[in-house]
Design a protein around this ligand. Structure first.
Ligand code: NAG
Ligand code: NAG
Ligand code: NAG
Ligand code: NAG
Ligand code: NAG
Length: 811
């Protein structure tokens, strides 16, 4: 066999050279094989994933070594050793491996005995957005349940991201109470090459990196990307600090103080799985390796600020990609999984997260605003943005337009003097002691000009401050209130910019134009948050790459995601305005997700025996559908002219609603399936056009029952095609200690008649009651979804709400 292959190689040399960039190109495949993955063979209680006797653990390790040996045998008996490269064996959440080989070999594998499924690898991306809305508001309340020194104690949050900056104060283990070793947690700690800083310290309890697929695909560049868990990007440190960063860390940027930061669960441990990289994001087979490891290690919660740009086409249904199937096994092992919804909003069907076992997190704006003013000598006051201190004292300072301070010969510079990007192009004598006026032009959008360089220029010319103004509408451009590093203000309104220039022009003849800049360091609270951020992906959830609607509610919950302060890596090149800084304020469903992971850790701490489904239910049924003024929560959309408008938020914007951490700790009732995993398999088996052998092939579990998505015992009801009528059942379990009587009320989706029985019930602690919900088409079919809700109000104060999304159809 081997000799024959060599002969072919020499006689077809030319052929191979010509075609090596297409059909013959090796690529990475994820292969699943016969045999049960370890978490199925050695089931853990979904209620306490780490409570696992050590004798069972050693049996499990022996079993997984055997699986790995079988993977190696299969490959070596099918191919010559030089024709493939195995990157990973997966043995906990999947039984299979990632391997680099040629498409022809992938076909050979598909036809091999014992091979169940072969899926080409695909790319995932970090879900941070670079164009958040400038009215966005940094994050607000940090829950303090149990006190920050205790919140999250003994809970481990796994972060699959770009790694971590172990030297950051958000992750220091110093503090009054040392972190003791954690029983039954088995995470490993890699050492970082060439660094003496230990990566793990008790707070960071494990740290590993996964890059084999990125390297095999040629995307990993050793001069930019670190082959260690150390974060060269900033994204992973940021998300980790949101979930579990230390409490009371001073946020300092450019020498200015912006308050104190705290993770949602500041006492939780962080287990780092680096599988994403600065330039290219990541590859599914690296991320699956991270999920496999995290589940094996025994994390309680997984935070995934990562997803595909569109539903994968590699499997017929998005639920069956190796990524989603690996997460299903993790959930079976008791791990709560939060994943970013995606940043494809505000358009429908843009979700990057699909399956009912995953908590998909939408991003909201909070109600904090950093506004500022420049006061002119003529008494006018112009509004602007910028986190910056005031000009010193009460007095006004002369204004000077950058053009008027330009050096005589300013050819040969890459930026116009008006952009204030280079001090050499301006005359220091004209600028010092004054407020420098600079123009925001297209160079800031496309030419590499930054607000930070304006501040640097003003500083090095000894100006007392600067004003950066926009002279023309820049459709689609958003401004963030970024830290300016010195007195400064960004005027984003063209009209206000004209007023400023008119004042400057009219005054320059005799007396100089003068101004002072106000203090922009303190936020103002508008009382209007939260709102759904424009970029946050919207439902309905989809089941495949042709974007067919699913009956799974997506997204599931809204968390704060816009302009969030978090830990940053000074060396990161990703955000020009935060280069060199240890904190950055960035936006995305990436930032919303670790908020939810952190709250999940608080719930797990308070209720160690709650399954992932119970935790998800507690969050969704207690979430808020009102803003801070008690008005209906609103979602940002685009108007036909491209400006931002606000519409009432629907379950396709917010799922259950905006997270309310303290209510989620005491939900009263939860919707949980008795045996969640079997229900999820039943759900897969019930999907129309699903090949049941494929469910077996990718999950290892066969179809024994059928459970349609609408019939999963989830805290929502979604029906994309209601024909005539349907009866849906839901079972609630009283997780409060005391007996309570609940009254059922509901809001019918428009055009749908609804009935719920019983309408009143009394339920003992620990007991369950089944509700039957009848939905009936009661109006002509419009083809549109309509939305409603069901509310269970307890006489001890619990309020349990689930959303309904229903579309009537003809069948
Ligand atoms: C790797 O990064 C370096 C530095 O940015 C760059 O010069 C080089 O071209 C990159 N290599 C590849 C293969 O992209
Ligand atoms: C935030 O402040 C700016 C500048 O003062 C103002 O124009 C804007 O309306 C404020 N945002 C909100 C949401 O009120
Ligand atoms: C202006 O500066 C450019 C580049 O610095 C130089 O090449 C040119 O000779 C200068 N012109 C004059 C008139 O000094
Ligand atoms: C200010 O004066 C300059 C030239 O002196 C002119 O180009 C500009 O249009 C004037 N701006 C306004 C707003 O009047
Ligand atoms: C599942 O695997 C079996 C056995 O390898 C194969 O016959 C069947 O076609 C596979 N099903 C799918 C949908 O790939």
């Amino acid at each position: 066999m081997a000799i024959k292959a060599e002969l072919f190689a020499s006689s077809f040399m030319v052929f191979i050279l010509i075609t090596c960039t297409n059909a013959m190109d090796s690529q990475v495949y994820i292969v699943t094989v016969d045999g049960t993955p370890a978490i199925h063979k050695f089931p853990r209680s979904a209620e306490s994933p780490r409570a696992f006797p050590s004798s069972t653990r050693s049996e499990m390790l022996a079993y997984t070594s055997e699986l790995v040996a079988r993977h190696d045998d299969l490959l070596s008996s099918t191919f010559t050793s030089s024709s493939y490269r195995k990157l990973y064996s997966y043995s906990h959440v999947l039984n299979g491996f990632a391997v680099k080989l040629r498409p022809k070999q992938a076909d050979d594998l598909r036809n091999s005995q014992g091979v169940r499924h072969v899926e080409a690898d695909w790319r995932l991306k970090k879900l941070t957005t670079h164009t958040p809305d400038f009215l966005g508001l940094p994050t607000g309340a940090w829950p303090r349940d149990g006190g920050p020194s205790n919140a999250g104690e003994n809970v481990v949050i796994g972060i699959i991201d770009t790694g971590i900056d172990p030297t950051h104060p958000s992750f220091s283990a110093r503090g009054p109470v040392p972190y003791p070793p954690l029983a039954n947690f088995h995470g490993k700690c890699e050492t970082s090459a060439g660094s003496s800083v230990p990566l793990c310290n008790g707070k960071i309890i494990a740290a590993q990196h996964f890059a084999a697929a990125a390297q095999a695909a040629g995307a990993f560049n050793a001069s930019n990307d670190l082959a260690s868990p150390v974060d060269e990007d900033g994204h992973g440190s940021h998300t980790a600090s949101i979930a579990a960063g230390n409490h009371g860390v001073f946020v300092n940027s450019d020498g200015f103080y912006f308050g104190e930061a705290s993770g949602m669960a500041p006492r939780a441990r962080i287990s780092v799985y680096k599988a994403l990289y600065r330039h290219f994001g990541g590859f599914m087979s690296d991320v699956v390796a991270a999920i496999d490891q995290a589940t094996k290690d025994g994390v309680d919660v997984l935070s995934l600020s990562v997803g595909p740009s569109s539903p994968p086409s590699s499997t017929r249904f998005a639920y069956l990609s190796a990524f989603d199937v690996a997460l299903l096994s993790a959930v079976k092992a008791g791990v709560f999984v939060a994943q970013a919804a995606g940043n494809g909003g505000p358009y429908p069907r843009t979700m990057a997260s699909f399956s009912p076992w995953i908590m998909s997190v939408a991003a909201g704006l909070d109600d904090r605003n950093y506004s500022n003013w420049i006061y002119l000598g003529n008494g006018a006051r112009l509004a602007g943005l910028g986190l910056a201190p005031a000009t010193p004292g009460e007095q006004m300072y002369d204004l000077v337009l950058a053009e008027d301070a330009a050096v005589a010969n300013n050819s040969g510079f890459s930026f116009s003097p008006s952009n204030c990007q280079q001090p050499e192009v301006l005359n220091k004598a004209f600028v010092q002691g004054k407020i420098l006026m600079c123009t925001y032009s297209f160079s800031f959008l496309y030419g590499g000009a930054t607000v930070r360089k304006v501040a640097d220029t003003a500083k090095s010319l000894s100006a007392v401050g600067f004003v950066l103004f926009v002279t023309r509408e820049l459709p689609g451009n958003k401004f963030n209130p970024i830290p300016l590093g010195m007195p400064g203000v960004v005027i984003t309104d063209v009209q206000d910019s004209t007023s400023l220039l008119n004042y400057y022009n009219s005054s320059s003849a005799g007396s100089a134009a003068r101004a002072k800049i106000g203090n922009g360091m303190s936020p103002t609270y508008e009382g209007t948050g939260p709102q759904v951020a424009i970029y946050s992906s919207r439902g309905p959830g989809v089941k495949d790459y042709t974007l067919r609607d699913s009956d799974v509610l997506k997204p599931n919950i809204l968390g704060p995601g816009s302009l969030i302060w978090g830990a940053w890596t000074p060396s990161s090149m990703d955000e020009p305005d935060f280069q060199g800084q240890r904190f950055a304020m960035i936006s995305g469903t990436s930032m919303a997700t670790p908020h939810i992971a952190g709250v999940a850790a608080l719930i797990k701490q308070a209720h160690p025996d709650w399954s992932p489904g119970a935790i998800a239910s507690a969050m969704m049924t207690t979430a808020s559908v009102a803003d801070k003024n008690g008005k209906q929560l609103l979602a940002q959309h685009y108007s036909s002219t491209g400006s931002i408008i606000l519409n009432p938020a629907t379950p396709f914007d917010i799922g259950g609603g905006a997270i309310n951490p303290s209510a989620a700790l005491d939900p009263g009732l939860v919707f949980k399936a008795g045996i969640e995993y079997e229900d999820y398999i039943g759900f897969l088996c019930s999907i129309a056009q699903m090949d049941q052998t494929q469910v077996l092939n990718v999950t290892g579990s066969s179809c024994t029952k059928s459970k349609s998505a609408a019939d999963l015992n989830s805290p929502s009801i979604t029906i994309s095609n209601l024909v005539a009528h349907r009866i849906i059942t839901r079972t609630v379990t009283n997780v409060a200690a005391a007996i309570e009587t609940y009254k059922v009320s509901y809001v019918e989706p428009e055009g749908i008649a609804m009935q719920v029985s019983p309408s009143l019930f009394t339920i003992q602690g620990g007991q369950s009651v089944t509700l039957s919900v009848t939905l009936k088409v009661a109006a002509p079919i419009t083809g549109e979804y309509s939305f409603g809700s069901m509310l269970l109000s307890g006489d001890k104060g619990h309020a349990v709400r689930i959303p309904l999304a229903v579309r009537a159809g003809a069948g």
